[in-house]
Ligand binder design. Structure first.
Ligand code: SF4
Ligand code: SF4
Length: 483
């Protein structure tokens, strides 16, 4: 066993407003340079829909991620040999039509226009050719179902469902899906890069691109099944979400998480067994969700702590993992689920599925049968089609709603509705606190970079800090204090 630490994010889709506030600071901070106009390290999609870039989930088209052959993992687009033969003509690159032709408006015409009968218009000009153009697609083309009547049929998450019927006006449903790089445990982008320019850094698992080593082959772009690597058409280098590492290193959340108006985002550390990653990613499709859970290690297990110390995990990371909101939501309570585990990259941005509106008289179990968003659709999105984990997570969420409603307004014994969801009042209260009223420091538990190595620190002051080695339950200092 080789223990590593990984930064992870959980998004509670039950609370996402689709306001796009998360995308704006990200865009302003990281992708304002020429050539990066079309890059959205964080974007928010409306489902049903085909997302951004268009049809990114369709791997028959894009050939991203991994597949298995005789039980062994293979890049879907082919291994090294095939890559070298395609190095000057990558056939799996999404074209500009799958993104959009970036444009800007001629705002000057609005302010300098002479007085006239009609209001002046700002003409769109292509940022690529400089010529006047009419925008025909964009990063958010099916926003709030605006284009779903056209694109919805192509949404691959309708597999096994009657898409036509579910897109009818009276039955259609909607959810928002904010997306960023998944900082995967088994990243296909890293494995696809012939130059070794894209790498997963050891200390916290953030996946980064070394701009000086990038040779413009763009295999990372086609290899990433989430289509979260972009190519800067001016600098000719690949760029991607950097999980705001300069902020994370100083203990601050990413900009998308910090700015989220719905407070739907959680960031924490997960400990995992790096030696198990490939075996788990190779498991049969329907077992992938459980396999992914099996890679994670319990940070409160003393044996895991001891091994983590041996493997060089700094104490602040271990204490952060013990208080991690992501560990609770993913592994302890099993409320959060991975996005398209069938891509086999073991993604590390997980989602709590949205529960549809519930009538007050419905019990959690009954409500599942009448949900507007079909559990099968959510299962295609989060658990490779296996409905059981989705139903279990939704059942818990609905039981939590019922419990809080009955506890607040009276009615039957509040705890009765918890039993069928496998919950007890104590766990439910803890879930309620984290999901509904969590403080900033509960939502973001982020260790600073190697603080315990600081020289000349005031030791007394450090004792109040969660990352101080002596505050870790497995450290000799802590044990000494307990004795
Ligand atoms: S989601 Fe991020 S880490 Fe995963 S394959 Fe794509 S670019 Fe790489
Ligand atoms: S993730 Fe947060 S900021 Fe982004 S759209 Fe959803 S609620 Fe708004």
């Amino acid at each position: 066993m080789k223990i590593k630490a990984q930064m992870a994010m959980v998004l509670n889709l039950d609370k996402c407003l689709g306001c796009h506030t998360c995308s704006v600071p990200c865009k302003n901070a990281w992708t304002t340079a020429p050539g990066s106009e079309y890059m959205w390290f964080n974007n928010v999609e409306t489902k049903p829909g085909t997302g951004y870039p268009h049809l990114w989930e369709n791997q028959n088209l894009h050939k991203g991620g991994w597949t298995t052959k005789n039980g062994k993992l293979r890049l879907k687009a082919g291994g090294k040999l095939r890559k070298y033969t395609q190095i000057f003509g990558n056939p799996n690159l999404p074209g500009m039509e799958q993104y959009y032709e970036p444009w800007n408006f001629d705002y000057k015409s609005l302010t300098t226009s002479p007085e006239q009968k009609h209001q002046p218009m700002a003409q769109a000009y292509s940022s690529v050719t400089g010529q006047p153009m009419t925008p025909k697609s964009g990063p958010n083309w099916d926003d709030d179902l605006g284009g779903t009547h056209v694109t919805g049929q192509d949404d691959p998450n309708f597999a096994g469902l009657d898409a036509k019927a579910l897109l009818e006006f009276q039955r259609v449903f909607m959810l928002h899906l904010p997306r960023l790089c998944e900082h995967c445990l088994n990243p296909a982008c890293v494995a696809s890069c012939p130059s070794g320019a894209i790498y997963k850094r050891d200390e916290d698992g953030i996946v980064l691109t070394d701009q000086t080593r990038c040779r413009s082959w763009r295999f990372c772009m086609s290899g990433c099944p989430y289509k979260k690597v972009y190519f800067n058409w001016k600098s000719h280098h690949s760029q991607k979400c950097i999980f705001c590492y300069p902020r994370v290193e100083s203990g601050q959340p990413t900009l998308c998480a910090q700015s989220c108006t719905g407070r739907i985002r959680y960031i924490g550390v997960m400990l995992y067994d790096a030696d198990a990653v490939h075996a788990m990613a190779s498991r049969p499709e329907t077992e992938l969700y459980q396999a992914h859970l099996d890679v994670f290690l319990d940070p409160n297990d003393p044996a895991v702590c001891q091994q983590a110390i041996k493997d060089g995990i700094p104490h602040p990371f271990i204490t952060a993992a013990q208080a991690s909101p992501t560990y609770k939501l993913i592994a302890e309570w099993k409320l959060a689920l991975p996005l398209h585990p069938e891509f086999r990259t073991l993604p590390m941005v997980w989602y709590i599925p949205p529960a549809s509106p519930q009538k007050p008289e419905e019990q959690a179990g009954d409500a599942l049968e009448h949900m507007r968003i079909p559990p099968r659709y959510l299962a295609n999105l989060f658990t490779a089609g296996d409905e059981a984990p989705v139903r279990s997570a939704l059942h818990k969420l609905l039981a939590l709603r019922n419990y809080m409603r009955q506890r607040t307004f009276g009615g039957e014994e509040a705890s009765q509705c918890l039993e069928s969801a496998g919950l007890d009042p104590q766990t439910t209260e803890a879930m309620y606190r984290l999901l509904a009223v969590a403080r900033y420091e509960d939502r973001f538990v982020i260790p600073t970079a190697r603080r315990e190595n600081a020289q000349g620190e005031d030791v007394e002051a450090l004792k109040g800090y969660a990352g101080y080695p002596g505050n870790c339950p497995c450290s000799p200092q802590f044990k000494g204090r307990q004795a």
